[in-house]
Design a protein. Structure first.
Length: 298
């Protein structure tokens, strides 16, 4: 087939020998089957931000490191440079996650390089050598559902043990091979220790897997892995070989809002240089005496 415009430079530079056929086009990228270095692989061509349909990127990008303060300011102000840097960071997140997870033994496609917005990686295949189907396209019996569910929970644990959460895991981004499930599509992967949404995203990933496999084996719907996995992670006890029980006693104690507000007030007092007994409306205090030249609006 005629090479797409985005892939032609990789052919010219020898990274790709031949573009064989399109594989799929999704909300994030178009994927092609290619020949590269004598092997059949796939090339993921990321779509421009204006042509993507992935929503709520901000919550996924929270906690991601940037190269320097200039880049961070530009991304925050959404300048042309900032948008370009943000787009590059979004794409690099999947590349970094694939290398990191593959090294940790997670079942993901093995990456082979990232050139000019194109990710080269293994083509995940079925028994006939064709592209492997998504979980959503496969009918399972109850025993297969139970087995694959345990595999997927194990992969989620291995991912979190490596510090990452998929963030958008569902039956649509898991491929089924003769050796078992393989996880794909990771541009939204989040750093579990740096993102305030991490627990919620982990819970959603686990719940999505539970609901899907529970269609074929309803008893799985009674299992609660998410809270247990996150609790082990928070306490530094999570590792790839951890034995899960599938039960978790969730706290019913309501938050002490008064205590939270006292902590906030104490932090504000510390920032403004006031002691716990000081009156914030003290008439003897000069506005110019506040740290950093802060001026009160009162």
């Amino acid at each position: 087939m005629k090479a797409p415009k985005r892939l032609q430079p990789l052919i010219d530079d020898g990274f790709i020998d031949e573009v064989m056929r399109p594989l799929m086009s999704g909300k994030e990228a178009a994927v092609y089957v290619v020949r590269a270095q004598g092997e059949t692989r796939c090339a993921k061509v990321y779509k421009e931000a204006s042509k993507r349909s992935f929503h709520n990127q901000a919550e996924y990008q929270e906690g991601r490191k940037v190269r320097n303060s200039r880049q961070a300011r530009a991304m925050e102000k959404r300048t042309r440079f900032g948008r370009r840097e943000q787009e590059e960071a979004w794409q690099n997140a999947e590349v970094d996650a694939l290398y990191r997870l593959a090294s940790a033994g997670v079942r993901v496609p093995r990456p082979h390089g990232f050139i000019d917005g194109v990710l080269l990686m293994d083509l995940i295949v079925d028994t006939d050598g064709d592209a492997a189907p998504r979980l959503n396209d496969v009918e399972l019996d109850a025993n297969e559902a139970r087995d694959f569910y345990q595999v997927m929970i194990g992969e989620i644990v291995k991912m979190l043990s490596a510090g990452l959460i998929h963030g958008d895991l569902s039956e649509y981004n898991v491929l089924l091979t003769p050796q078992g499930p393989v996880i794909i599509d990771l541009p939204q992967a989040v750093d579990a220790a740096a993102n305030n949404n991490a627990e919620r995203m982990l819970t959603r990933d686990v719940d999505n897997m539970t609901r899907y496999f529970g269609r074929f084996a309803p008893e799985l719907l009674k299992i609660d892995y998410a809270g247990e996995i996150w609790s082990l992670f928070e306490h530094g006890k999570l590792h790839p070989d951890v034995a899960l029980t599938g039960t978790f006693a969730r706290s019913e104690q309501s938050a002490d809002l008064a205590a939270v507000m006292r902590e906030i007030d104490a932090a504000q007092d510390e920032h403004l240089g006031r002691g716990p007994g000081d009156d914030e409306n003290d008439d003897d205090a000069s506005e110019d005496d506040a740290p950093g030249g802060w001026r009160s609006s009162r």
